[in-house]
Design a protein around this ligand. Structure first.
Ligand SMILES: Nc1ncnc2c1ncn2[C@@H]1O[C@H](COP(=O)(O)OP(=O)(O)OP(=O)(O)O)[C@@H](O)[C@H]1O
Ligand SMILES: [Mg+2]
Length: 250
C-alpha cells in the first residue's frame, strides 16, 4: 500500500532520515519506533507532504506521491494526527470532527454563500459522517462538549476521530498514547486495533512499547535516521542491535 524507497532528508548538519526503504501492506498496523530525534516525525511529514524529501520516492497504492502538496496527499486517502495535539479548543467535539470531512464534500464557497440546496444536503451528510467518526472513537456522548472541557485522553481520541472523518485508507498516528495513563492507553490500543479491523491501514509512531508490541504486525526501528531493524514485534524485541540502541540512548 505504501512503499518508501531511498528516502533521505537533512536539516543543515542533521541527517534526519537516511536512505530509508520499507513497505507497508494493506490491512496492517506498521509501527515506527526509535529514540527521540530518530526521524519518526520527519518521516510522517514527508509522507504527508509537509516536508519535501532530499532524495527517494514515496509510492501510495502504486502511484508516486513524493512531494505532492499536503492537500493532494490527503485527498488520495492519507490522514494523520500530530505529536502535539492539533484540535480547536473553543469548538465542540462534533465541530472539530466536521472539519475533517471537508475532503469528502464538493460544494465550494460560492455554493455555500448562495445557500444552494446541495449545500444543506451536504451539511447534513457531514454531521452524519462526523457523528459516525465520534462513535467509532467512543466520543458519541461528547458531541456537544467544547473540546477544551474534555479529559486529555478524549482529546487524543478526538484528533483521531477528525482524521477518520476524511475516510482515509491509510492513517498515520504520531504518538497517540503520549501523556495517557494506563487505562487510557489500553483504550487507545483497542481503538487502533478496531480502526485497523475496519479496513484502515495504520502507520504508528509510539514510544509506549507495551502498546506497540501488543498491536503491531510489523515494527521498524529507526536510529539516527537509519533503519536499524524491521520485523515482527518479537523479532525486533530480541534483536541485539535494538536492545543496544535503546540502552545506549537511555
Ligand atoms: N524543521 C526542522 N528543522 C530543523 N531540524 C529539524 C526539523 N524537523 C526535525 N529536525 C531534526 O531532525 C531530527 C529528527 O527529528 P524528528 O522530530 O523527526 O524526530 P522524532 O523521531 O520524531 O523524535 P521524537 O521521538 O522526540 O518525537 C532531529 O535532530 C530534529 O532536531
Ligand atoms: Mg516525533
Amino acid at each position: 500500500m505504501l512503499r518508501v524507497t531511498g528516502l533521505s532528508k537533512g536539516f543543515g548538519g542533521v541527517q534526519a532520515i537516511s536512505d530509508l526503504s520499507f513497505e507497508v501492506r494493506e490491512g496492517e498496523i506498521f509501527s515506527v519506533i526509535g529514540p527521540n530525534g530518530a526521524g519518526k516525525t520527519t518521516l510522517f511529514n514527508m509522507i504527508t507532504g509537509l516536508y519535501v524529501p532530499d532524495r527517494g520516492k514515496i509510492l501510495f497504492e502504486e502511484s508516486d506521491i513524493t512531494a505532492l502538496p499536503p492537500y493532494e496527499i490527503a485527498a488520495r486517502g492519507i490522514a494523520r494526527t500530530f505529536q502535539n495535539l492539533q484540535i480547536f479548543l473553543n469548538m465542540t467535539t462534533l465541530e472539530n470532527v466536521m472539519v475533517g470531512c471537508h475532503l469528502r464534500t464538493s460544494s465550494g464557497f460560492i455554493a455555500g454563500a448562495l445557500r444552494l440546496p446541495k449545500v444543506a444536503r451536504e451539511e447534513r451528510k457531514v454531521r452524519e459522517w462526523a457523528r459516525e467518526a465520534l462513535e467509532r472513537c467512543g466520543l458519541a456522548d461528547q458531541a456537544d462538549a467544547t473540546a477544551d472541557s474534555l479529559p486529555y485522553g478524549m482529546m487524543k481520541r478526538l484528533e483521531i476521530a477528525r482524521a477518520l472523518a476524511s475516510a482515509p485508507r491509510l492513517l498515520l498516528l504520531d504518538e497517540p498514547a503520549a501523556g495517557l495513563n494506563d487505562s487510557e492507553t489500553a483504550e487507545m490500543a483497542e481503538l487502533i486495533k478496531g480502526i485497523c479491523e475496519s479496513g484502515v491501514t495504520v502507520l504508528l509512531v509510539e514510544h509506549n512499547m507495551g502498546l506497540v508490541m501488543g498491536i503491531s504486525h510489523q515494527v521498524l526501528v529507526l536510529n539516527y535516521g537509519e533503519l536499524l531493524a524491521k520485523g515482527s514485534p518479537e523479532d525486533v524485541q530480541n534483536d541485539p542491535k535494538v536492545i543496544a540502541a535503546y540502552l545506549g540512548n537511555g
